[in-house]
Design a protein around this ligand. Structure first.
Ligand SMILES: *[C@@H]1O[C@H](CO)[C@@H](O)[C@H](O)[C@H]1NC(C)=O
Ligand SMILES: *[C@@H]1O[C@H](CO)[C@@H](O)[C@H](O)[C@H]1NC(C)=O
Ligand SMILES: *[C@@H]1O[C@H](CO)[C@@H](O)[C@H](O)[C@H]1NC(C)=O
Ligand SMILES: *[C@@H]1O[C@H](CO)[C@@H](O)[C@H](O)[C@H]1NC(C)=O
Ligand SMILES: *[C@@H]1O[C@H](CO)[C@@H](O)[C@H](O)[C@H]1NC(C)=O
Ligand SMILES: *[C@@H]1O[C@H](CO)[C@@H](O)[C@H](O)[C@H]1NC(C)=O
Ligand SMILES: *[C@@H]1O[C@H](CO)[C@@H](O)[C@H](O)[C@H]1NC(C)=O
Ligand SMILES: *[C@@H]1O[C@H](CO)[C@@H](O)[C@H](O)[C@H]1NC(C)=O
Length: 358
């Protein structure tokens, strides 16, 4: 009897030993992989001598994600895992993930990332940034914005989460010139490199790139102003000019599920400091009797009307939102005009918990 038990124990030990070996082999393999990646990249630069000046500095592909307040394996943690898997699956360029986390969420994020590493047998390059430290760096911006664009003032760092994109230039390492900030409820149908290519199309004055909001939410928020003023602000996009205003075909506002940021230009912009000043935000919100609840994207929408040179409008295919909430809440007659998107879909956005058809 006891001999059999010893054998069973021995077997278990051997199995555990093998598992550990396997795990160790994987991990070392991975670090080697990463090193090789870096070596090869350096080699590429050495051997290519005739690049045009614009390509001389190798572009970094920094993707930013926010993953906080996750305390257990949940839908959000799977969305996060699936998005990283999806991005690595579609990308033709080496991505670097920058993830804003709290301590508990970080552990869950690490688990989800190692799932992807094991599943895809690919290394993932990532860094974590602490939300509390990040929130401190953008406190002044959050204080200005919250009264105008948050549904109810929150506590702790929760308010800051809605305005990270505006202050990311202070959180990101100085070496990062550009960044793409993504919501976790996205699915890329095409190469994420296409998104980075959009930076090359930016007008010289633009700091941010955003795609239109695809619901009438801003028509709704602006209804008081629109009742008194003949404006294209909040109108859906028409095929032809309907006025001689700044946005002659209409202006639906912006959605911040995908935000392209020129960090370097923003760091150097004195104009940006002016537009995020309390007096400028007060002026804009008063003018349009604007009371929002969607955080940074409310601010971008106002900028888009008052300071259009600061924003590059991406086409709707770069943030194809799927939420239809407004169709069932008073806007069934015009909803489809807002949701219409004739461009190729690069990114699907399952906002308001809409399931993404894959
Ligand atoms: C990965 O790519 C393949 C082939 O392009 C595709 O069929 C699959 O759905 C993709 N999976 C994810 C998670 O993106
Ligand atoms: C993982 O990828 C490496 C090449 O990068 C390959 O040599 C190795 O066999 C792969 N391992 C598995 C389990 O597929
Ligand atoms: C912004 O201005 C308003 C109106 O003058 C004032 O009530 C509020 O305290 C100011 N907020 C900040 C953060 O300065
Ligand atoms: C529409 O308006 C824009 C800007 O005012 C102008 O540049 C463009 O030529 C107009 N297009 C048509 C078809 O009138
Ligand atoms: C609004 O202005 C446009 C021209 O800019 C004009 O065609 C239209 O009739 C005006 N609408 C109202 C309600 O005044
Ligand atoms: C724009 O202005 C021109 C000249 O003032 C006018 O002829 C034209 O009808 C206007 N277009 C629209 C769409 O209001
Ligand atoms: C930074 O700003 C200064 C002064 O406004 C300007 O001369 C310089 O070209 C800017 N640099 C960049 C990289 O935008
Ligand atoms: C906003 O601008 C005013 C006037 O230029 C200045 O006194 C104030 O300090 C600025 N506020 C912030 C938060 O930058």
């Amino acid at each position: 009897m006891s001999k059999i038990r010893t054998n069973v124990l021995l077997n278990i030990c051997i199995v555990i030993g093998l598992l550990l070996l396997f795990y160790y082999a994987f991990l070392t393999h991975d670090t080697i992989n990463q090193r090789n990646l870096k070596k090869n990249a350096r080699k590429d630069i050495k051997h290519v001598k005739f690049l045009p000046p614009s390509l001389k500095k190798r572009r970094e592909y920094n993707v930013w994600l926010i993953f906080t307040k996750v305390t257990k394996i949940s839908t959000l943690s799977f969305k996060f895992r699936d998005l990283i898997h999806n991005l690595l699956n579609v990308t033709s360029v080496p991505l670097k993930f920058n993830i804003i986390v709290d301590k508990i969420s970080q552990r869950i994020a690490e688990n989800q990332i190692s799932d992807v590493v094991l599943y895809m047998n690919k290394s993932v390059v990532y860094s974590f940034y602490d939300i509390e430290e990040s929130a401190k760096k953008i406190q002044d911006i959050v204080q200005v914005m919250t009264p105008y664009f948050s549904s109810k003032p929150g506590t702790y760092y929760s308010d800051a989460l809605f305005y990270i994109s505006l202050g990311l230039y202070r959180i990101a390492p100085q070496s990062q010139d550009i960044a793409v900030l993504l919501d976790c409820d996205l699915y890329f149908k095409k190469d994420v490199a296409l998104l980075f290519k959009e930076f090359d199309k930016f007008k010289s004055t633009a700091l941010f790139g955003l795609a239109p909001e695809l619901t009438p939410v801003y028509r709704h928020i602006l209804h008081m102003y629109k009742a008194k003023h003949n404006t294209t602000f909040g109108d859906y996009y028409h095929q032809q000019n309907i006025s001689n205003a700044t946005h002659p075909r209409g202006f639906q506002g912006y959605n911040s599920g995908v935000v392209l940021i020129r960090l370097k230009a923003q760091r150097n912009s004195t104009e940006f400091l002016k537009v995020i000043n309390n007096s400028s935000v007060l002026e804009m919100t008063s003018k349009y009797k604007f009371r929002g609840h969607l955080g940074d994207q409310d601010f971008y929408t106002l900028l888009g009307y008052e300071y259009p040179h600061l924003i590059q409008t991406l086409n709707c295919g770069f943030n194809r939102q799927l939420c239809t909430w407004w169709r069932d809440h008073g806007y069934s007659d015009i909803f489809d005009h807002y949701a219409k998107c004739d461009h190729d879909t690069v990114v699907l956005h399952g906002n308001c918990n809409t399931r993404i058809p894959k």
